[in-house]
Design a protein around this ligand. Structure first.
Ligand code: SF4
Length: 358
């Protein structure tokens, strides 16, 4: 590679890809797993630290490859919970958000796959900020490895693809990042501790089901009725519920996993008795659980249209809603509003300082 060419992001390569690169460059294949062991298990930030890698290979690596994808700009910690929001800046000066949510049994890292989001869900701050670009594989995986460096190796037990962006519209990079996370040579995260959350990109759900990755899947449902769901989530026009549910059922069948439905509670919109009846029918049609999410304020964004009218269902009414579903034998969890004081709760992620650097 000539010095004028763009360096390859090392963290964007799976083991198989790096092996191919090394073999093509006349290097020994096993060096690839040695190099990635330094990157992912020892979290090194320079090629000089790779002490068992011969010097000529280290020189080639620093000439042709880069280890740097993101820089940590700041960390905010919630005053009410231990939730932390990491702001990372990309090399082209975009800012993305990654959230660490601790609870008694696990530490879950919520990662982003895009700068902004193209899908424009009306209750979501990320959707309201528009779409800038897809994250590279290296930028997706580095949120995990850089955050692990901050909180301590092995502390992060679960990963959810539920930060900024729709992972299945950045499909190839999402798949490669999953291959890296689940690669047995890396600081491995077991596939049943990784969840992809999607708004329902039916054809990609089927493609994911047919891959060997077998991670868990969550669907942002938010209404069991097409008309209302389309108002809240314009993507429902392209992939109506019937088509999405077919794909979800296929995913559940092929992977033998239980699907999680995400359901943000919106007063007068999706918290009525007819919603309970339709939800009961929908949840009974496959192995599933329902995650009920109190609506988090997005008043920090400038709002228009239906976004302006959205109000949270009261806690009292959420409890009634949940009890009625449980009486119908539906498994329902109620999610805490973790980190809403630092705008790190579900649907609140949006950076106000895009394109600014320190
Ligand atoms: S809810 Fe998810 S898919 Fe919808 S706009 Fe927000 S980030 Fe995008």
């Amino acid at each position: 590679m000539s010095s004028g060419r763009k360096k390859i992001e090392l963290k964007s390569l799976t083991l198989a890809q790096l092996e191919k690169h090394f073999v093509a460059a006349g290097e020994k294949k096993f060096r690839a797993s040695q190099v990635l062991n330094w990157v992912y298990n020892n979290l090194v930030t320079s090629f000089e630290e790779m002490s068992n890698i011969p010097k000529p290979l280290r020189i080639m690596l620093s000439r042709d490859y880069t280890l740097k994808t993101l820089s940590l700009k700041s960390v905010q910690t919630s005053s009410t919970t231990e939730t932390k929001k990491y702001l990372y800046s990309t090399k082209d000066n975009h800012v993305i958000e990654t959230v660490l949510i601790p609870d008694e049994k696990r530490n879950t890292l919520c990662i982003s796959t895009q700068v902004g989001c193209p899908l424009d869900c009306k209750f979501c701050a990320t959707g309201l900020m528009g779409f800038k670009r897809n994250l590279t594989v290296g930028e997706i995986v580095d949120q995990y490895f850089l955050s692990a460096k901050e909180v301590g190796k092995d502390k992060i037990t679960n990963i959810v693809y539920m930060g900024m962006g729709e992972p299945l519209t950045n499909f190839d990079n999402t798949i490669s990042s999953l291959e890296i996370f689940t690669d047995q040579h890396n600081n491995r995260v077991s596939r049943n501790r990784i969840t992809i959350s999607t708004s329902g990109i039916a054809d990609k759900i089927i493609e994911l089901a047919d891959s060997p990755l077998r991670v868990k899947l969550a669907l942002s449902l938010h209404s069991p009725f097409d008309e209302i769901r389309t108002r809240l989530m314009p993507i429902n026009k392209r992939y109506p519920l019937a088509e999405t549910m077919e794909a979800i059922k296929y995913y559940s069948r092929i992977t033998a996993t239980r699907i999680t439905f995400e359901y943000t509670m919106l007063k007068g919109i999706n918290d009525r008795d007819e919603d309970i009846r339709a939800l009961t029918k929908l949840c009974r049609s496959l192995p599933s659980k329902l995650n009920v999410i109190p609506f988090n304020s997005i008043a920090h964004m400038s709002l228009k249209g239906i976004s302006k009218e959205l109000e949270p269902t009261s806690l009292y009414d959420i409890n009634l809603f949940v009890q009625k579903l449980r009486d119908n034998n539906i498994t329902v969890m109620v999610r805490d509003t973790q980190g809403d004081d630092i705008a790190a709760a579900c649907g609140q992620l949006a950076t106000h300082n895009l394109s600014k650097t320190d």
